[in-house]
Design a binder for this molecule. Structure first.
Ligand code: RFL
Ligand code: PHB
Length: 394
C-alpha cells in the first residue's frame, strides 16, 4: 500500500471539487483531488450553461475568470413561452443584475488546466474510492490506481462526487435524511455548431411538451426538448429533433432556426433531491453529492458553487484563524438557501412541462401561472430575482 498526506481530501473533480481546490490553494492550503473518471470523460461532459452573477464573482475571486469574461455572454433577460405566446423576463431591468452564459465544460477545462499547472495532484481514473475513519481526526480515503492500493490521510474529506458518488453513501441512514421527487420525463439535449435562434434563452411550454433554446456561444447552440424516460437517443434522428423543436417553439421562432448535424445528443432525467445534514464527522458534502435540482431553473452548478463559497470560507477560517464558526454552521447555512433554490427549480419545472398525470384543472393552473407572471411585474420580479441568484447569507 502507498500512503499520502494532505490537508483536505477532495473526492470528485467536477466544478465543486476543482473550485474548492483552487480557493484553498490561493490561501496556501493543500488538497488532493481523486476522481473515478478519466480527464477526457470529465472534460467531455456537456452540462450546465448559465452562471448566476454571484457565481461569476466567485470565479473572479478564485482567479479563474479570465476566459469566462473573454468568451462568456452576459444576458439580461430570457423569454417564457406558453402555447406560442411570449413573455420576456427583463432580468436586468427588474433586478439590476445579469447572468453569464458560459459552458460548464469550459469552466471545468479552465479549472483542471490551472490546477495542474499550479502543481495540484488530481488522480483521474481512480478505482474503488472509499472514505474511511470519517468521524475521526484523521479521515482517509483509499483507492486503487495502476494495480496499487493508495491511502490518503487528511484533516477533512470533502464529498464533491456528484449524485452517484460514494461519500454520501458512507453516512449511516440513522443520520442522513433524504427528500426526493423524480419527474416522469427527461430532457433530450443537442449541441450544434450553428448560431442560436435567439439572442436570449427561450423556455417554452407547449401542448407537445417543454422546449428550451439555449446556447454556448454566438456560433454554438444548445437545445432541449422534454421526452419520455423510455426514449433512447437512437430514437431521435436530428431531423426528428428539429421538427419537434420547431413545433414546440412555434413558427415565429422556428423560422429563424438554423439546423444542422448535432455533435452531442443525450437524455437526462429530472430529479429534485436533498440530503440532510451536509456534514458527517469530518466529511462535508457539496454540490450534486448533497442536492439535485431539475435543470429548468439553471441552478445545479450555481448551487454547487454556492456550497463551495461557504465551505472554502469555513476551511480557510479554520486553518488561518483557528475559527470553526463557519465549518460548524456549514450545513445549516447551505441548506437554508438550497431549499429556496429547490423551490424555484420545482416551480419552474412544474409550470413549464407537460405532466402525463395532470388533470385538466392542473393544466389550467399552469396557464394561470403564466398569465399571472405576464400581467404582474411583482411575479416577474420574483422569477428574475431567483434566476440571477438569491443572496448567499453567511
Ligand atoms: P459533478 O459535476 O457531477 O462532479 C462530480 C465528480 O465526482 C466524480 N465521482 C467520483 N469520484 C470518485 N469516486 C467516486 N465514487 C465518484 N463518483 C463520482 C464524477 O466522475 C465527477 O467528476 O458534480 P458537482 O461538482 O457537484 O457539479 C454539479 C453540476 O455538475 C450540476 O449541478 C449541473 O451540471 C446541473 N445543470 C445545470 N446547472 C446550472 O447551474 N445551470 C444549468 O444551466 C444547468 N444545466 C445541468 C444542466 C445538468 C444537466 N445534466 C446532464 C444533469 C443541464 C443538464 C442537461
Ligand atoms: C444549457 O444551456 O445547457 C441550459 C440553460 C438553461 C437551463 C438549463 C440548461 O435552465
Amino acid at each position: 500500500m502507498k500512503y499520502k498526506k494532505t490537508q483536505v481530501i477532495i473526492v470528485g473533480s467536477g466544478p465543486a471539487g476543482l473550485l474548492l481546490s483552487q480557493l484553498l490553494h490561493n490561501e496556501g492550503i493543500s488538497s488532493i483531488i481523486v476522481d473515478r473518471q478519466s480527464r477526457e470523460r470529465i472534460e467531455g461532459r456537456v452540462r450546465a450553461g448559465v452562471l448566476e452573477w454571484g457565481s461569476v464573482q466567485a470565479l473572479e475571486e478564485a482567479k479563474i475568470g479570465e476566459r469566462m469574461h473573454r468568451e462568456g455572454l452576459p444576458h439580461e433577460g430570457f423569454d417564457l413561452a406558453f402555447d406560442g405566446e411570449f413573455h420576456r423576463i427583463d432580468v436586468g431591468g427588474l433586478t439590476g443584475k445579469k447572468v453569464m452564459v458560459y459552458g460548464q465544460t469550459e469552466l471545468t477545462m479552465d479549472l483542471i488546466a490551472q490546477r495542474l499547472e499550479q502543481g495540484c495532484e488530481i488522480v483521474f481514473s481512480a478505482g474503488d474510492v472509499q472514505p474511511t475513519d470519517v468521524t475521526s481526526n484523521t479521515p482517509k480515503i483509499q483507492y486503487t490506481k495502476d494495480g496499487e492500493t493508495v491511502e490518503i490521510e487528511g484533516d477533512y474529506i470533502t464529498g464533491c462526487d456528484g449524485f452517484h458518488g460514494v461519500c454520501r453513501q458512507t453516512i449511516p441512514s440513522t443520520v442522513l435524511k433524504t427528500y426526493e421527487k423524480v419527474y416522469p420525463f427527461g430532457w433530450l439535449g443537442v449541441l450544434v455548431e450553428k448560431p442560436p435562434v435567439s439572442d436570449e434563452l427561450i423556455y417554452a411550454n407547449h401542448q407537445r411538451g417543454f422546449a428550451l433554446c439555449s446556447m454556448r456561444s454566438k456560433t454554438r447552440s444548445r437545445y432541449y426538448i422534454q421526452c419520455p424516460l423510455t426514449d433512447n437517443v437512437e430514437d431521435w434522428s436530428d431531423q426528428r429533433f428539429w421538427d419537434e423543436l420547431s413545433l414546440r417553439v412555434g413558427p415565429d421562432v422556428a423560422r429563424n432556426l438554423e439546423t444542422g448535424d448535432s455533435f452531442e445528443k443525450s437524455i437526462a432525467p429530472l430529479r429534485s433531491f436533498v440530503a440532510e445534514p451536509m456534514r458527517y464527522g469530518n466529511m462535508f458534502l457539496a454540490g450534486d453529492a448533497a442536492h439535485i435540482v431539475p435543470p429548468t431553473g439553471a441552478k445545479g452548478l450555481n448551487l454547487a458553487i454556492a456550497d463551495i463559497r461557504v465551505l472554502s470560507r469555513g476551511l480557510i477560517e479554520h486553518y488561518k484563524k483557528s475559527n470553526n464558526h463557519y465549518l460548524e454552521r456549514y450545513s445549516d447555512i447551505c441548506l437554508k438557501r438550497v431549499w429556496k433554490v429547490e423551490r424555484f427549480s420545482w416551480f419552474m419545472s412544474t409550470m413549464l412541462h407537460q405532466f402525463p398525470e395532470f388533470s385538466a384543472f392542473e393544466k389550467r393552473m399552469q396557464r394561470a401561472e403564466f398569465d399571472h407572471i405576464q400581467g404582474s411585474e411583482t411575479a416577474s420580479s420574483s422569477i428574475a430575482e431567483n434566476y440571477v441568484g438569491l443572496p448567499l447569507e453567511m
